[in-house]
Write a protein that binds this ligand. Structure first.
Ligand SMILES: C[S@@+](CC[C@H](N)C(=O)[O-])C[C@H]1O[C@@H](n2cnc3c(N)ncnc32)[C@H](O)[C@@H]1O
Length: 268
């Protein structure tokens, strides 16, 4: 049972692509095999085929959650790729001039798409609270397909290594020391709502966003899925809204109506 045949690998690979948009290349076969073995033992299945049937029949939602939790890569940090946050800090006038809705509604709506354990969303809370219009209603949505990371995000407890990535001033102001490290304070937690959401699904949002952060997520998708996602992001941004993508990502070679502002920063 240890060996994952090329045929079965292909079945899993197609399933992961169709369901989550994630592209598992041939050189990741061994990595997938070891993750599958763990899941198969846990679910007491006898073969890759049996586990595949359980996953794809769609009756066992728990197995599907467990599966997506295992195959996603969740690395993240506070103030990761900090030039995006520096851009927000120094561009308040530009952002509200391009997007009149912010002042009109006294509200900023932000989406951290693929938020992992919540560091990106909480960093946005801090930056907007500290450096954006005083008294502004800040609404941040954090979504991910991995239910484990979302649990951690909601809990908002981070290990002491948080100190390596966050200014002492912010740490003491927005976190409380606790047994397991540092817990995000109510001040930043109340600005963020976390939800389980698959970016492959139709976007269900009734109101558009002012800023979208989708960083280090599209690298796992192929060009076709990236294109679909870029179009969907464009549709749910308000005119003058801004899209931030990861440093190793780019819209070059994609068809889109965004205007380029800076590397990895685009405006509608
Ligand atoms: C590497 S983390 C990036 C976290 C954060 N955006 C950052 O840049 O630090 C990528 C996240 O995207 C999520 N993800 C992958 N495919 C997804 C999908 N189809 N729908 C929603 N989230 C997805 C993963 O679960 C993971 O938490």
């Amino acid at each position: 049972m240890r060996y994952l045949s090329d045929g079965t690998f292909l079945k899993y690979r197609n399933f992961i692509y169709d369901k989550f948009g994630i592209n598992i290349s041939q050189d990741k076969k061994e990595m997938l095999q070891s993750k599958l073995l763990k899941l198969i033992v846990k679910s007491r299945c006898e073969s890759y085929e049996e586990y595949f049937r359980i996953l794809t029949q769609g009756y066992d939602k728990e197995s599907l959650f467990e599966f997506s939790n295992e195959i996603t890569v969740n690395k993240t940090d506070f103030f990761r790729e900090n030039n995006h946050f520096e851009f927000i800090k120094s561009s308040e006038d530009f952002i509200i001039d391009k997007n009149k809705r912010i002042r009109r509604n006294n509200e900023i709506r932000v989406w951290s798409a693929g938020c992992s354990t919540g560091e990106e969303a909480y960093t946005l809370s801090i930056v907007l609270l500290e450096h954006f219009l005083q008294g502004l209603n800040i609404k941040i949505l954090g979504t991910d397909i991995n239910s484990n990371v979302l649990k951690q995000a909601i809990e908002g407890v981070y290990s002491s290594t948080i100190k390596n990535n966050i200014d002492k001033y912010y740490l003491l102001k927005y976190f409380k020391k606790c047994e397991r490290g540092w817990k995000a304070s109510e001040t930043i937690r109340r600005l963020v709502t976390f939800r389980l959401f698959n970016l492959m699904d139709d976007f269900p949002f009734k109101k558009s966003f002012d800023l979208i952060f989708c960083r280090n997520v599209m690298i796992y998708f192929d060009s076709k899925v990236q294109q679909r996602l870029i179009d969907k992001f464009y549709d749910v941004l308000v005119p003058g809204g801004i899209l931030f993508i990861g440093h190793s990502e780019s819209l070059t070679g994609k068809k889109h109506k965004f205007q380029y502002l800076k590397p990895t920063i685009y405006i509608k």
